[in-house]
Design a protein around this ligand. Structure first.
Ligand code: HEM
Ligand code: HEM
Length: 228
């Protein structure tokens, strides 16, 4: 079996930038003083990552596409029945169960980012949608911002446990492939990472996030009174 390119560079970059962003979001909200402005900026960047990944899940390379890894209940149940079989063949891309984990993680981070747009630090800074929203929406978004993060922590914990389970129990090391993109498999390679297409998708994702946070809200004076 040959080492074959399975995860394109944009998907790998997305993954590790997402990990760094979530960590930075926790740090800027919980550990660091006076870091809320950074929390906003990194939150916008995280939203960009999610929009990018959703678009890449439609137009990207084979194993990055949702159509490749979002499977119906039958495939998931069949996969679960072989979960503890040490000799079951390893999946080339995401397995049918892991595929749903990916969807859940993307949704939770998306909810986290969108709800953040309605938050305030109660001192200087309001998210760009706060002034547009009524009290009940603000309350809902604030609860979501707290709850979605707690849920995310559980899902990330399970994600990491699953990776340890595959490495220790099933002797399948998944992490190196998320770093260099290659797996030992007889399945065909994706060929190349389609970097030029990824750049176009990234520009579209950045434009969408820019419109959502700077153009669409009636007053985009976030931080104005912070500086003056
Ligand atoms: C903040 C923490 C994390 C989040 C939110 C997260 C999220 C994700 C997401 C969304 C994917 C799907 C990638 C894609 O198709 O775009 C994924 C896959 C993956 N992640 Fe993470 N991840 C986190 C931490 C980690 C850590 C710490 C490791 C390594 C120890 C890791 C290893 C992997 C691996 C190996 C895959 C591919 C799994 C497979 O082969 O199906 N992740 N992760
Ligand atoms: C998308 C990734 C994001 C993550 C992972 C994240 C995470 C968090 C966490 C963990 C907290 C602390 C919650 C608690 O104490 O229970 C928090 C608070 C907060 N977040 Fe986010 N957030 C994100 C995006 C955003 C965005 C886009 C904004 C605004 C534009 C925002 C604004 C806030 C504010 C104002 C607080 C309260 C800070 C304070 O108490 O002083 N967040 N966030």
């Amino acid at each position: 079996m040959n080492k074959t390119l399975i995860w394109d560079l944009p998907t790998r970059l997305f993954h590790w930038l997402l990990v760094a962003s979530i960590f930075a979001q926790y740090a800027t909200a919980e550990w660091l003083d006076d870091a809320v402005q950074w929390h906003f900026y990194i939150g916008y960047f995280t939203l960009f990552l999610i929009v990018f990944r959703v678009l890449w899940g439609v137009v990207g390379t084979e194993h990055a596409k949702f159509s490749n890894f979002v499977k119906g209940p039958k495939a998931v149940v069949t996969y679960i029945s072989t979960l503890f079989d040490k000799h079951s063949t390893s999946s080339v891309g995401h397995n049918p169960l892991g595929g749903w984990f990916v969807v859940v993680m993307l949704i939770l981070v998306g909810v986290q980012g969108i709800s953040g747009l309605f938050m305030t630090d109660d001192i200087f800074l309001d998210g760009p949608y706060r002034s547009m929203a009524d009290e009940s929406t603000i309350e809902l978004m604030s609860s979501l911002h707290h709850l979605a993060f707690d849920a995310l922590l559980y899902v990330i914990g399970l994600h990491i446990l699953a990776i340890v389970f595959y490495a220790v129990y099933k002797k399948q090391k998944l992490v190196p492939a998320m770093v260099h993109g290659k797996k030992e498999t007889s399945s065909p390679s994706i060929g190349h990472s389609r970097i030029r297409l990824a750049i176009i998708v990234a520009i579209v994702a950045a434009a969408l996030v820019y419109v959502a946070i700077e153009v669409y809200p009636p007053s985009s004076d976030v931080g104005e009174y912070y500086y003056y």
